[in-house]
Design a protein around this ligand. Structure first.
Ligand code: RP5
Length: 173
């Protein structure tokens, strides 16, 4: 039986190219997700129903992305006690991305939304996994392996520069 831990929602299908990065990294980390479209402005009743029932349906974290006048993450956060991670999307109706960043970031006291970078859905997925990993050792182990793989990539890149003759002073580790 499916048992999604993270709910990924977005204001429009046009957000999917960005938001799918959250789903991809979560699946890579072995976390089941559900993905759907919920618009704060176009489907406010659907948003209310989604947010109010999310915890009862077994979700542990919500990742919400929206662009422009991006009310979705904040409104969802106001309707649930689950942690909500907001992804500002640089959508076609956005002036320059700052509108969605600030709409999601500048929440009033009492209703937090953990806001990642513009189009930062991958980091939203990793952060959701880290929240779950605080309680689930298998997830924490996968995150440790993932971060080790990032470190190894950097070291390989550094080494490839050396093979091209660009030596750096040894930094000791
Ligand atoms: C927001 O408006 C959505 O999250 C999307 O980023 C943006 C544009 O939506 P579409 O006009 O592409 O459907 O509510």
């Amino acid at each position: 039986m499916s048992n999604p831990q993270v709910g990924i929602i977005m204001g429009s299908q046009s957000d999917l190219p960005v938001m799918s990065e959250a789903a991809e990294i979560l699946e890579e980390l072995g976390i089941e997700v559900e993905v759907t479209i919920v618009s704060a402005h176009r489907t406010p009743h659907r948003m209310l129903e989604y947010a109010e029932n999310a915890a009862d349906r077994g979700l542990k974290v919500i990742v919400a992305g929206a662009g422009g006048a991006a009310h979705l993450p904040g409104m969802v956060a106001s309707l649930t006690t689950l942690p909500v991670i907001g992804v500002p999307v640089k959508s076609r109706n956005s002036i320059d991305g700052w509108d969605s960043v600030l709409s999601i970031l500048q929440m009033p006291g009492g209703i937090p939304v953990a806001t990642v970078a513009l189009d930062g859905a991958k980091n939203a997925g990793i952060l959701a996994a880290e929240i779950i990993g605080a309680f689930v050792p298998e997830v924490s182990k996968k995150l440790t392996d993932y971060k080790r793989s990032l470190k190894e990539k950097v070291l390989e890149s550094a080494q490839s520069l050396e093979t091209r003759g660009w030596k750096s002073k040894k930094i000791g580790f």
